[in-house]
Every structure is written in C-alpha cells, then in structure tokens.
Design a protein around this ligand. Sequence first.
Ligand code: FES
Length: 264
Amino acid sequence: MASETVSPREYGLGKTHRHDNWWVGPMATAIGLGGFGVYATFRAIYNAEYVVGHGTQTLPESAYLLSPFYSPLLVFPWLPSWLSPAFLILWAPGGFRLTCYYYRKAYYRAFFLDPPACAVGEPRNAYQGETKLFLFQNLHRYFLYFALIFLVLLAIDVVHACLWPSGGGMTFGISVGTLVLALNVTLLSLYTFSCHSWRHLVGGKVDCFSCVALGQARYKAWKRVSFLNKTHMLWAWTSLFGVGFADFYVWMVASGRITDLRIF
Ligand code: FES
C-alpha cells in the first residue's frame, strides 16, 4: 500500500522529522547577532570615549587608539551634538554584513524562522525568494567596495597606534592596544577577502583564464580566494567579535578603567 509523504512545511512552524539539536545554530545566531547589534547601537549613541592618544584631549602621552566604530575620525563643526559620527560610518560596514551571503542565511533562520533550519517547518507555505524590499541584498557588491576602503583606513589606524609622543616628535612602540587593533584589521581582512562577491570579482566571472589579460595571475588569486571562501563563516563571526572587542578595549582605555600596557 502506498504511503503518503508529508513534508515538515505542511506540518507547520518548527515541525520536523529531525532528531538532532537543529535549534542550537539559529539560537546561537540570534544571541550573537542580537547582542552585537545592541552593543554597537549603544556605543554609537554613547558618542564618547572612543579615541585616546596624541592630538586628542584624552591621554595625550599615549599612542593613538581609535575605536573602529568611529574610524575615520570625523570632526565636523556643523555636526549637531545629537548625531553621533558613528552613524555616518557604521552604515557601510553594517550594510556589508547585512547583505553578506552567509549572514543572510543565518539571520533569515534565526530571526525570521524562514525556515529555522533545513527540513524544519517554516511560517510560510510558498517560497518567494528575495524580492521586493529584499532586492536591496543585491547591493552587496557595492558595499564590498566600501569595505575595502575601510580596511585601508583601519590599517592606517594601526600604524598610528605604533607612534608614541616623545619630546617634540614620535617614537615607535607597541602596546596591547596596537595588537588589538592589528588583530581587528586582520580578522576583517580575512572576512572581506573570503567574500563571495570578492571571489567573483577576482575571477569568478571569467570563463577562460587563458583567454584574458593576467589570466594566470587571476587564476592563482581566484584559487586562493576560493580556499579562503570555504571558511567565510568562521571569519564572519571572529571578525564580528574582533571589531566589538576592539571598540570595547578603546572604550575602557579612554574611560580610564584600564591602562594600555606598552610592550616596547
Ligand atoms: S558574502 Fe559575506 S561578506 Fe560577501
């Protein structure tokens, strides 16, 4: 006798034949992304204690440490005091993450439960794809260009974090803060250069490498990016916590709660 197969979708939201802990992933994503979103919004609204070092009023004898949430340092006299410069900056890296191919899967599952996981019932019966409002996800490749600019700006911040005031000039030095900022830009670079859009830009759209200019070089670059691309999820999370920690560290130093230890 033929038996009728019923899909989890037909059962309803959260119904499944799976016996593993499929809900752990979406729940961890909701906690991680939600927690970061709350922290970043708070710090942007806080609008203080984000920079220390020479040329600033906070710890002028220290190396220059600038929170990545406020980099580049925007000093506009016309900026109203209620408008944090972080909001003029964070839309770009925020948009890059919001439209990231990996994060899309993660937050569609964690926040929209659409579906919560593979082979688990979802709230809707029909697949509608990324249409209407979700068409903005196609902007990812353009956010990538902004992300590349921010990598350069953050790398310049690391260079500044190696310069300590000495007499009338500067000396080279490294502190824990320097290492924190360097780690942040390293993790962000790994995240950016493992991006699917970057991979496409490097060589994904080429049908024949030997037929285009610099074909061999592009093929090698594409192979390396493809290798990195396999671990994109890892870099997505480590860079997220890295950038949050870098801001937190600068905040703690700028507020006087901790001292930035100079290593040499
Ligand atoms: S796909 Fe994740 S950053 Fe581009």
